[in-house]
Design a protein around this ligand. Structure first.
Ligand SMILES: Cc1cc2nc3c(=O)[nH]c(=O)nc-3n(C[C@H](O)[C@H](O)[C@H](O)COP(=O)(O)OP(=O)(O)OC[C@H]3O[C@@H](n4cnc5c(N)ncnc54)[C@H](O)[C@@H]3O)c2cc1C
Length: 427
């Protein structure tokens, strides 16, 4: 075997797994078909939470390598169907950070890739496409691939890792089945960057979420250089693109006056990107000689912006499992069982929360009196807001958001606030 571990895919999950293994002096090869700097081929919007930044700190990728002050968002402004609006302040989360970044994925992914230069036992090749896996019986022992139309090469390793995204080639070649899937509620997302957007929040660069409560959200994220990434997020069965995504995107934004007012004097600076019917699920994490990580293993709706955090967390867990196996302390089967259990425990509660939010925000369509009372009391409640943002930052167990105690408190405080304002208005 030429390598301990061969990794297919060199973006957040592949590059960070290689860095962790490189820090342990393992012999690693990372193969990536794209050439950096470049955007991922599967569209992705830009939000990166403090939990993800802390995991990047651990492998020596500083904020300055991927983030920009213009895109440091300390606030989230929610506008619910034009009925009410509220500004949430991000609490202090992992490693003392009280902000989220909107990142340029080309810059972010390139920073992860170049970080590998620090590890002498890690080799990397970009512009290299893996076209097949080498097997001995059921055991995966290597890959076949080629560099930019060059000759076909066979490269062997003790383990092959698919860090190759939600449409994973490695998963398909290994026949990794989907072991959990939520496909009744899915969204379709389109987005582009805009220059000259009117400030969405008095407090500075921010995330702005407008929800119609009728199957459509629009999300703005501050980006480097004063840009905003503007995303439409709609329940898939309501999306009628008619072969013209550009028209669909613009007409959707124009259909909401409270959204369009921020954009009418702005200019789009990037081509439109989008993805239809975004899947939510898990694949079988491993088999003989192979394992999956990042979106190849676990993919979900972007509404909570958890993809990069999960990818970085899974690579941390896979690094631990692989190093125990490589050192001989565990068999492959035992190491992979621990990996499967750890990933499930670390990601499944948030996954359930995300698919729950997707259903509530895009599919449930509560009656307007409920929006004006229960939902307003909840979304504007300071304790609910802090809990929500801590959960997004993976600082609290996700189940807290729907706890009976929190809900009862929101209702009590909401009624008290309404009574007080009624009293003030009638004086
Ligand atoms: C619409 C949308 C919006 C999103 N927004 C956010 C967000 O705001 N915040 C967030 O945290 N996450 C977001 N995500 C999720 C995030 O993009 C992913 O979780 C993250 O990119 C996963 O990283 P990865 O390294 O696992 O896979 P990827 O980033 O998909 O990288 C896989 C790599 O594998 C390479 N590859 C594939 N096949 C081969 C092959 N045969 N040979 C060689 N190389 C190969 C590809 O070229 C690619 O570079 C969003 C996702 C979507 C769909």
């Amino acid at each position: 075997m030429n390598y301990d571990v061969l990794i297919v895919g060199g973006r957040p999950s592949g590059a960070t797994l290689a860095a962790r293994l490189g820090a342990r002096q393992k012999k690693v090869l990372v193969l990536e078909k794209a050439i950096f700097p470049s955007l991922p081929n599967v569209p992705s919007s830009p939000a990166v939470h403090p939990g993800a930044m802390e995991l990047l700190d651990e492998i020596g990728i500083p904020e300055s390598a991927y983030a920009s002050d213009h895109a440091r968002m300390r606030h989230v402004r929610f506008n619910v169907a034009g009925l009410f609006s509220t500004v949430m302040r991000t609490p202090t989360l992992a490693a003392g950070r009280d902000y989220t970044y909107g990142v340029d994925r080309a810059v972010f992914d390139t920073a992860c890739w170049h970080n590998l230069d620090r590890f002498p036992t890690v080799e990397k090749r970009q512009g290299f496409t893996v076209t097949d896996l080498v097997k001995e019986g059921q055991q995966v022992v290597g890959i076949v691939g080629n560099s930019n139309d060059g000759p076909s090469e066979t490269i062997k390793a003790r383990a092959v890792i698919g860090a190759d995204g939600r449409f994973s080639f490695v998963a398909r070649k290994c026949g990794a089945p989907v072991i959990e899937e939520q496909d009744t509620c899915t969204s379709t997302v389109y987005y582009a960057d805009w220059a000259g957007v009117r400030p969405v929040c008095d407090e500075g660069p921010a995330t702005f979420v407008y929800t119609t409560v009728r199957g459509l959200d629009v999300l703005f994220f501050a980006m480097p250089n004063g840009l905003y990434s503007v995303n439409t997020h709609q329940r898939s069965d309501r999306v009628d693109i008619g072969g013209k995504p550009e028209n669909y995107y613009l007409n959707t934004l124009k259909s909401i006056p409270e959204v369009w007012r921020y954009l009418e004097k702005a200019e789009r600076t990037t081509p439109l990107s989008g993805i239809k019917r975004i899947g939510n699920g898990y694949r079988q994490p491993s088999g003989p000689g192979w394992a999956l990580v990042g979106d190849a293993l676990h993919y979900k709706d972007p509404v909570d912006g958890q993809g990069i955090y999960d990818a970085l967390l899974e690579t941390k867990l896979l690094d631990q499992a692989l190093s125990l196996w490589l050192s001989g302390a565990r068999t492959w089967d035992d190491a992979m069982k621990a990996y499967r259990d750890d990933v499930w425990a670390a990601t499944q509660p948030m996954f359930k929360t995300t698919v729950g939010r997707l259903k509530r925000e895009l599919y449930d369509e509560p009656p307007w009196p409920v929006v004006r009372t229960l939902i307003r009391w909840t979304v504007t409640d300071p304790i609910y807001q802090e809990t929500f943002l801590r959960i997004l930052g993976r600082d609290l167990p996700p189940g807290r958001l729907t706890s009976k105690r929190l809900m009862a408190g929101c209702i009590q405080r909401g009624i008290a606030r309404d009574a007080l304002s009624l009293f003030k208005n009638t004086r």
